[in-house]
Design a protein around this ligand. Structure first.
Ligand code: RI2
Length: 322
């Protein structure tokens, strides 16, 4: 299979985290499929279908944890597979339009999460956030733009330090922000009114997979009786978890941890990028469709990904009753 330079560039940028954040990698992958469709040079509809499926698989393999990535690709590939047409130009246009639709939906969803979530932020609140989540930031920024006087505490987020991106963005907008080390979260929790983080994947049972350190923050919030919110678009909910699949936690290079430090030879270093926060530590998940308790994740999945679950049951298990 020939991978176009533009598509391999997108894949490499996702892998190396030049493009990062669950929403952004999903939109970048959708763009990759769109480019592949536009530049496909074959003549045959069947060959086009195979090619797009292979490119989708190639893009999907870049990072394993955020389900937004496979969900974006499946959304587009599914449309292509169910099209009754054999005409190459019609199929090409199906992929291009579906990719554009996903990208548009994704941007709007993040905006709507902000509008909905801002209602949970009160004037005078001190809000803690972790890593760099555009969904979580959308809530904070909307609340601020509504005129609420809020202060943010945001973690550095070792080892990639995405907290600095968050701090810069908030400061540019004029929101007071205090950057804190990840390990100081419990010490600061008594000052905090609300925690709001993003998500890479939400499972059918309501557990949330997000940047490493999130579950410790949830634990500290629970202990201090501080509300803990997750901001996540519906395409961050994982249909395969309904079917019993585990979420793979990405383990990245130890080099990200040690950087230029002198370290003992043969030292064993682990660098998991994400962790799992149990549903009972989460007060609510803010989606573009409304605020739900984490235990209602299964309802979102049935409503939005019923087709994907049904597809799997028919294809793999020959059952048609999802
Ligand atoms: P948005 C990020 O992962 C963080 O874990 C963040 O909370 C999550 O994606 C969601 O980000 P990474 O790509 O989609 O930095 O809300 O590993 O922007």
């Amino acid at each position: 299979m020939k991978i176009l330079y533009e598509v391999s560039r997108i894949a490499e940028d996702i892998r190396t985290m030049r493009i990062r954040g669950a929403g952004r990698i999903a939109r970048a992958a959708a763009l990759g499929l769109k480019i592949a469709a536009e530049k496909f040079e074959g003549k045959d509809g069947e060959e086009f279908r195979r090619y797009i499926k292979d490119v989708a698989e190639y893009l999907r393999s870049t990072r394993p944890t955020a389900v937004s990535l496979p969900n974006a690709l499946t959304f587009i590939v599914h449309r292509l597979m169910i099209s009754p047409s054999e005409d190459l130009e019609e199929l090409r246009s199906t992929v291009v339009k579906s990719a554009e639709e996903f990208i548009e939906y994704s941007k709007k969803a993040t905006e709507n999460i902000g509008k909905i979530g801002a209602k949970r932020i009160e004037d005078g609140d001190k809000v803690l956030t972790h890593c760099n989540s555009s969904a979580a930031l959308s809530v904070i920024i909307h609340a601020f733009k509504e005129g609420k006087d809020i202060k943010v505490y945001n973690t550095e987020t070792r080892p990639k330090f995405q907290g600095y991106i968050t701090a810069r963005k908030l400061l540019n907008i004029g929101i007071k922000t205090t950057l804190i080390p990840d390990s100081s979260v419990r010490a600061f929790m008594k000052k905090i009114d609300k925690v709001i983080v993003g998500a890479d994947t939400v499972a059918a049972n309501g557990v949330v997979v997000n940047k490493i350190g999130t579950s410790q923050i949830a634990l500290a919030a629970k202990e201090a009786n501080v509300d803990f919110y997750v901001a996540a678009e519906t395409y961050k909910f994982s249909p395969m978890t309904v079917l019993g699949e585990y979420i793979v936690i990405e383990e990245r290079s130890p080099k990200e941890i040690v950087r230029n430090m002198k370290i003992p030879e043969n030292i064993n270093i682990r660098n998991p990028a994400f962790d799992v926060t149990p549903a009972e530590y989460i007060d609510a998940i803010i989606t573009e469709m409304g605020i739900i308790p984490p235990q209602a994740a299964i309802l979102i999945l049935k409503e939005h990904y019923g087709w994907a679950i049904r597809d799997y049951l028919i294809r793999e298990l020959s059952i048609d009753e999802a």
